[in-house]
Design a protein around this ligand. Structure first.
Ligand SMILES: Cc1cc2nc3c(=O)[nH]c(=O)nc-3n(C[C@H](O)[C@H](O)[C@H](O)COP(=O)(O)O)c2cc1C
Length: 188
């Protein structure tokens, strides 16, 4: 199997990281992979914030939990009320992914393509990741403007996802999930 296919099949969401930081050249290669994603009308409607400040990473986790603690979804409510749960899994690096709200033909799909490119690039470099959707909650609400500004999110953009990155502290690599059946048909 070629290495692209191998990395696609090997990648798993990892939620336990070592403290050691990822090398700068790996971060740059991962970001570059995001920048090379396809986008509708070549809009490239993305912005990436690379966060490596533990205090700010912890603050985002705490603020997201605060926003979720009374939400309607029981699993999110439980996570938010669990004192030891960290929304960003104490990762040493987090990439916050924002997208241009107006004018982008298919912003969420474009950001999805960029995010998956980054997950696969990281996998190929031995860096573990987890795609995080819950962080959007931190960037809504009363403090929205201040929080977006602190992240350097450009005017007219909004945060959609984050990616946690680091070296896995799990013993061994988790096996891929079983795939659902009957999700493909051919017409010839
Ligand atoms: C759009 C999106 C949002 C996600 N948000 C979260 C999240 O907030 N927290 C989390 O732990 N995992 C999150 N995940 C990871 C999924 O839970 C994970 O991809 C799924 O369980 C399949 O497992 P795998 O990635 O190991 O194959 C998200 C994945 C996607 C694609």
């Amino acid at each position: 199997m070629n290495t692209v296919l191998e990395n696609i099949k090997k990648r798993r969401s990892i939620r336990k990281y070592k403290e050691m930081q990822i090398e700068q050249e790996k971060i740059e290669a991962i970001i570059e992979a995001g920048l090379y994603a396809p986008s509708g009308h070549n809009a490239q409607p993305w912005h990436f914030t690379v966060l490596q400040n533990k205090e700010i990473i912890d603050q985002i986790s705490a603020g997201t939990k605060e926003a979720l603690k009374d939400c309607e979804t029981p699993i999110f409510r439980r996570m938010a009320r669990n004192e030891s749960f960290h929304i960003l899994y104490d990762a040493p690096t987090v990439i916050v992914v924002s997208g241009k709200k107006e004018g982008a033909y298919s912003m969420k799909a474009d950001l999805g393509a960029a995010t998956q490119n980054m997950l696969l690039a990281a996998e190929s470099l031995g860096v573990s990741t987890c795609w995080i959707g819950l962080v959007v909650e931190y960037f809504k609400g009363e403090e929205k403007e201040k929080r977006n500004e602190e992240m350097g999110v450009p005017e007219g953009y909004e945060v959609q996802y984050a990616v946690t990155l680091g070296y896995s502290s799990l013993e061994g690599s988790p096996k891929p999930h079983a795939r659902k059946e009957n999700t493909v048909n051919y017409i010839k």
